[in-house]
Design a protein around this ligand. Structure first.
Ligand SMILES: Nc1ncnc2c1ncn2[C@@H]1O[C@H](COP(=O)(O)OP(=O)(O)OP(=O)(O)O)[C@@H](O)[C@H]1O
Ligand SMILES: O=P(O)(O)OC[C@H]1O[C@H](OP(=O)(O)OP(=O)(O)O)[C@H](O)[C@@H]1O
Ligand SMILES: [Mg+2]
Length: 285
């Protein structure tokens, strides 16, 4: 049975379970459940604190897990990303009162509050900056107003929390992060030998493709086919079938959902007609 760690709370939890459900896996029915077995797919899901997932996975007790790249780096665990999942995107940044700290080098001798000490300590050490790091579990923005820290390092998604606290980012982003599937570094060596993991990854890749692509169908005159196909090259190559009306062909290709309307406009301009897009519900590439 494949053993998979899933975030039990916070920003990652809902979207991770939704993605697993979309990939055909049974998910827990209520938020207090700690373990769920999906006997049909021979998978056991363990709902764990997001910060702990990389540690469980690197220990080898669980085969793979879903977590954030930033949480993985912060833990220092010996696990690695095997599939980025495209949700829970964020940047990790320093911030302070406007103008109070201009650069990372200015942090020398100052105090930084964060919930991600691992990331901050590594970043400062790599740049030879000696500063104190204070661990806080959350609401780190308030640490400056209360005089606990000169600067903070925190997850920024929309920037609303920083704005509300009257703070501004400084320096380059420390890192960018998104949800991902991770696996223990040692185990990743024989990845090819593990068909269940490969099947799991193919299912999630299928969900990612189904979320980002649509199927496009249209009819066009044979003489416009090359130009039309240049607009809709598909993943491998489009399917082209003859129509009953001579001189016309039907074309079918997957196109990125973002920009599909623009492609439809361009195809119409080219003389294509009966241009349809339909959602893809599931896919194996
Ligand atoms: N607005 C956000 N706030 C916090 N984390 C976010 C946000 N957007 C994306 N993330 C990502 O979610 C992960 C953090 O999830 P986690 O559950 O630890 O924190 P949380 O969502 O703040 O929950 P809580 O603080 O309630 O425990 C990280 O990978 C982070 O990059
Ligand atoms: O850029 P934004 O869209 O505002 O999102 C980022 C904020 O959200 C998170 O806090 P959360 O709400 O999880 O509270 P916490 O600090 O108690 O964890 C994070 O720690 C930032 O404060
Ligand atoms: Mg939080």
């Amino acid at each position: 049975m494949l053993r998979i760690a899933v975030p039990n709370k916070g920003s990652l939890s809902g979207p991770a379970s939704a993605m697993l459900h979309e990939a055909g896996y049974r998910q827990r029915k209520e938020s207090k459940e700690l373990v769920t077995v999906d006997p049909d797919n021979e998978v056991e899901f363990f709902y764990l604190r997001p910060k702990d997932i990389a540690i469980y996975v690197s220990s080898g007790k669980l085969d793979i897990g879903i977590t954030g790249e930033d949480l993985l780096i912060d833990s220092g665990a010996q696990s690695e990303v095997i599939l980025p999942l495209g949700f829970a995107r964020s940047t990790f940044r320093f911030a302070s009162r406007p103008g109070a700290v201009k650069d990372v080098a200015d942090l020398a001798g100052r105090t930084i509050a964060t919930s991600y000490e691992g990331i901050v300590a590594k970043y400062l050490a790599e740049r030879g900056v000696e500063a104190s790091v204070v661990h806080l579990d959350g609401a780190v923005e308030t640490a400056i107003e209360l005089g606990v820290a000169d600067a903070i390092a925190d997850v920024v998604e929309t920037g609303t929390s920083l704005r509300n606290a009257g703070l501004e980012v400084f320096g380059e982003p420390i890192m960018r992060s998104e949800a991902c599937v991770i696996r223990s570094k040692g185990a990743a060596v024989d990845e090819g030998a593990d068909p269940k993991v490969q099947q799991f990854l193919r299912r999630l890749q299928g969900v990612l493709v189904a979320r980002t692509y649509v199927m496009m169908d249209y009819d066009c005159r044979a003489e416009h086919l090359e130009k039309a196909v240049a607009l809709t090259p598909g993943l491998e190559s489009p399917t082209v079938s003859p129509l009953h009306n001579e001189g016309w062909v039907a074309v079918r290709a997957m196109v990125p959902a973002k920009g599909a309307q623009r492609i439809m406009d361009d195809l119409y301009e080219l003389g294509a007609r009966a241009i349809l897009t339909t959602a893809i519900h599931a896919c194996r590439l």
